[in-house]
Design a protein around this ligand. Structure first.
Ligand SMILES: Nc1nc2c(ncn2[C@@H]2O[C@H](COP(=O)(O)OP(=O)(O)OP(=O)(O)O)[C@@H](O)[C@H]2O)c(=O)[nH]1
Ligand SMILES: [Mg+2]
Length: 453
């Protein structure tokens, strides 16, 4: 991909007021524009910080300038970073000054795009940069950092290299049929393709794990009407998000919010109270509640401790998958009539008052412990990105196709057929790493970055 040889500029720190703000320049004129903005006369020393002043409109401000000489910089070009007091007006004036001196405003992700074009990182790592910036949970930070480190990229590259090597040998066998021997025995070529397939299968495994890191765990608040599900939902979310009334059957739609529970990303879902009803609207709400509980990672099954279990409670309890359920006995502020051991010992029980907040923090901790059980480990080579997953699945499908065909023909495929599948797999793999990715696709990917990254 060609990129313009111009110099780009942007504020690299988040919008708003802060301790420090950074303006970043990249391109052939970065050093000269940096010098003109600061009046710094000497040549910049690479990877050194220079204490100076920067022109910001009509005034001058304190600045620390760091220079990175091409190619040893983030973008692979000359880069100047000007750190100043974190004021948006001041930083905007510095950017305006740079533009007046010939720089161009950077588009979203353009610094990272340049890093990609200059081979500083591949597309998997570039997407990891964006995911790291956007991460909201420790698991997302761990996964994105791992991907940025290049472990996943090299695992994909090793697979691609193996396929490329096979392709070369097969091509030679086809091109020189008169030599009287094959450069690789078709039987062996198929065996090697099959083993590459198994390594690729490991890469696309962990779909549930990937979804958990990317989207968070789904936790559904379920139970009979009026037990305080919406009140508990609000207490956990920390705002008055769901409607609470004394009328049983208040909640109809699923109401969901994303939040961090002790560092675990959670999509918390409030749902309709489950009971027999002739109201069609309520019945639809109850159908949705049941479906949500069915597919949840964890269900908080709420009971009302101030009254005896009724048939609605018993029906909800009977339908619960105990392994995924935490029982929550609510309304602990009222006199308790509920026999605490009525459910047997095989289920976790938490006592809370959604009204006073008693026990809610302890419930959150308990929930976090459960989620830790669901979502730890094996994040090193986890592919969380949907684009990458679907391309890896395409590559695997090609390789599996070859293996299945070979199996049907007694262990090997004619070279031409095998080569077609290998090439299909390679095309998909090279699109994952960006070695062979269409420019409009690249543009779409980098457009999802923030400006200044
Ligand atoms: N005393 C007391 N009342 C509570 C508590 N939690 C909820 N309530 C009350 O119980 C009633 C029902 O609360 P909701 O949160 O709407 O209950 P729900 O389970 O969402 O009800 P539906 O949406 O109708 O199924 C309201 O009057 C709440 O104020 C609690 O911990 N203590
Ligand atoms: Mg409700």
């Amino acid at each position: 991909m060609e990129i313009a040889a111009d110099t780009i500029v942007a504020v690299a720190t988040p919008p708003g007021h802060g301790g420090v703000g950074v303006v970043r320049l990249s391109g052939p004129e970065a050093a000269a524009i940096g010098a003109a903005l600061t009046g710094h006369a000497k040549a910049w020393r690479p990877r050194h910080v220079t204490r100076t002043h920067v022109t910001a409109g009509a005034s001058r401000a304190d600045a620390l300038v760091t220079f990175f000489a091409a190619p040893a910089s983030y973008t692979g070009e000359d880069v100047i970073e000007i750190a100043a007091h974190g004021n948006p007006v001041l930083l905007a004036s510095v950017v305006d000054g740079a533009v007046a001196l010939g720089a161009r405003l950077a588009r979203p992700g353009e610094f990272t795009l340049r890093a990609f074009v200059h081979g500083k990182l591949d597309l998997v790592q570039a997407e990891a940069v964006r995911d790291l910036v956007d991460a909201v949970s420790p698991a997302q930070v761990r996964t994105a950092s791992g991907q940025l480190g290049g472990g996943l990229s090299s695992a994909i590259q090793r697979v691609a290299e193996e396929l490329r090597g096979l392709e070369t040998l097969l091509e030679a066998s086809v091109d020189f049929p008169d030599e009287g021997y094959r450069f690789i025995d078709p039987q062996e070529a198929n065996a090697r393709v099959e083993s590459v397939g198994n390594r690729m299968r490991a890469l696309v495994a962990g779909d549930a794990q990937a979804a958990l890191v990317r989207d968070g765990a789904t936790v559904v608040v379920a139970g009979a009407p009026n037990v305080g599900k919406s009140s508990l939902f609000n207490a956990l979310v920390g705002t008055d998000r769901a409607i609470v009334t004394p009328v049983p059957g208040t909640t109809r739609d699923l109401v969901s919010e994303r939040l961090l529970v002790d560092g675990h990303l959670v999509r918390l879902v409030d749902s309709a109270g489950r009971r027999a009803t002739s109201d069609v609207v309520e019945a639809e709400g109850i159908r949705r509640a049941a479906a949500a509980a069915e597919s949840a990672d964890v269900v908080l099954l709420v009971l009302d401790g101030s009254r005896l279990l009724d048939d609605d409670d018993r029906a909800v309890i009977a339908a619960a998958d105990r392994a995924r359920t935490v029982m929550v006995v609510n309304k602990a502020d009222l006199p308790q009539v509920w026999p605490g051991d009525a459910l047997g010992a095989s289920i976790e029980i938490a006592f809370v008052s959604a009204r006073t907040g008693d026990g809610v923090a302890a419930l959150a901790r308990r929930l976090a412990t459960r989620l830790a059980r669901v979502d730890t480990g094996g994040e090193d080579l986890l592919v969380t990105n949907r684009r990458q997953r679907s391309l890896l699945a395409d590559a695997l499908a090609c390789v599996d196709h070859a293996t299945a065909e070979a199996g049907a023909r007694g262990g090997s495929l004619p070279e031409e057929f095998l080569m077609a599948d290998i090439r299909g797999a390679l095309a998909a793999l090279e699109e994952v790493t960006g070695r062979r990715t269409r420019e409009d696709v690249l543009a779409d990917i980098f457009a999802t970055f923030c400006i200044g990254k």
